[in-house]
Design a protein around this ligand. Structure first.
Ligand SMILES: Nc1ncnc2c1ncn2[C@@H]1O[C@H](COP(=O)(O)OP(=O)(O)OP(=O)(O)O)[C@@H](O)[C@H]1O
Length: 248
C-alpha cells in the first residue's frame, strides 16, 4: 500500500491512458488532478465516465499508459492494493452483514477487529448519523442510509482518493442535499482527492471546485466548475446541459 499522510489527498496523473472494451470504441484519457481537489466528472451517457473511474480504481486495466497516484505507478495493481475507495450508485454493501460489519470491512477484510477498530466504527457511524443502527442488515435501511453506511466505511478506510459513480442517482432531492453535505464534511476532515461522476450540474456546483467533461471516450475539457457553469469552459458542455434541460 502506498503511504500517504493521513488527512491528505493524493495527486492523480493519467498519462496517455488507453483502453477499449472488447469490440468497443478506443478510449484515451490524459489528466492531472491536484491533491485534495473535488472534481465533477460529467458527460453524456456512454461517454466513458464510469470507465475513467474504473481505470483509476483498478477494476479495469489500461492497454497502454499509466495511472500515477502521488507519483507511484499503480497501473498494474489490483483495486485492493490501490490507495482508493469507491462508492457506486447502489449495491455497495454486503446483504448478509450488519451495518457495523459492513463498515468494519473498511479496516479488515476478515472482520478481525481490534478495540481501536471498533471505536473507529462507532465514531464513523455517529458521524454519518447511523448511531443505533449498527446491528441492522442493509435491507432494513433506506437508500440514503445505505449510502451513508458506504460513506462511513470510506471514512474509516482513510484512503487519500475517493471515487464516486453517481452516488446519489437513486436518491430524492432532500437526501441528495444531505449526502452532499456529508461528503463536504468528510472532505473537510480528511482532505481526500474526490472524483464524482454525476449527470446533475447542481451536484457539481454545490460540491466540486473543478470539473472534467468526458465525450466519446476522452476528456474534452477541464476547468473550474464556475467556468463550466457560466458557459465559458466548453461549447460541448453547454450543448450537453442545454439538451438535458430540454429532456427534463
Ligand atoms: N463491461 C463492458 N463491456 C463492454 N462495453 C462496455 C462495458 N462497460 C461499458 N461499456 C461501454 O463503454 C462505453 C462507456 O461506458 P461508461 O459506462 O464508461 O459510460 P458513462 O459515461 O459512465 O455512461 P452513463 O452516464 O450512462 O453511466 C459505452 O459505450 C458502454 O456501452
Amino acid at each position: 500500500m502506498i503511504k500517504t499522510a493521513a488527512g491528505h489527498g493524493a495527486k492523480i496523473a493519467l498519462e496517455a491512458l488507453q483502453f477499449a472494451y472488447p469490440g468497443g470504441r478506443p478510449m484515451a484519457f490524459e489528466a492531472t488532478i491536484a491533491p485534495s481537489d473535488i472534481v465533477a466528472v460529467m458527460g453524456p451517457s456512454g461517454s466513458g465516465k464510469s470507465t475513467l473511474l474504473s481505470l483509476i480504481a483498478g477494476f479495469e486495466k489500461p492497454t497502454a499508459g499509466r495511472v500515477l497516484i502521488n507519483g507511484e505507478d499503480v497501473s498494474r495493481l489490483n483495486p485492493h492494493r490501490r490507495p482508493v475507495s469507491m462508492v457506486f450508485q447502489e449495491n455497495n454493501l454486503f446483504a448478509h452483514l450488519t451495518v457495523a460489519q459492513n463498515v468494519g470491512l473498511g479496516r479488515s477484510a476478515s472482520l478481525r477487529l481490534s478495540d481501536e477498530d471498533r471505536t473507529a466504527i462507532s465514531d464513523a457511524l455517529a458521524r454519518t448519523g447511523l448511531a443505533g443502527k449498527e446491528d441492522r442488515l442493509p435491507q432494513a435501511l433506506s437508500g440514503g442510509e445505505r449510502q451513508r453506511v458506504a460513506l462511513a466505511r470510506v471514512l474509516i478506510r482513510r484512503r487519500p482518493v475517493l471515487l464516486m459513480d453517481e452516488p446519489f442517482a437513486s436518491l430524492g432531492p432532500a437526501l441528495r442535499d444531505e449526502m452532499l453535505e456529508l461528503i463536504a464534511d468528510l472532505h473537510a476532515a480528511q482532505g481526500m482527492t474526490i472524483l464524482m461522476a454525476t449527470h446533475d450540474p447542481r451536484d457539481a456546483e454545490r460540491l466540486c471546485k473543478s470539473m472534467v467533461f468526458v465525450e466519446e471516450g476522452q476528456i474534452s475539457a477541464t476547468g473550474t466548475t464556475d467556468a463550466f457553469i457560466s458557459g465559458e469552459a466548453s461549447d460541448a458542455f453547454n450543448r450537453y446541459i442545454g439538451a438535458r434541460r430540454e429532456i427534463n
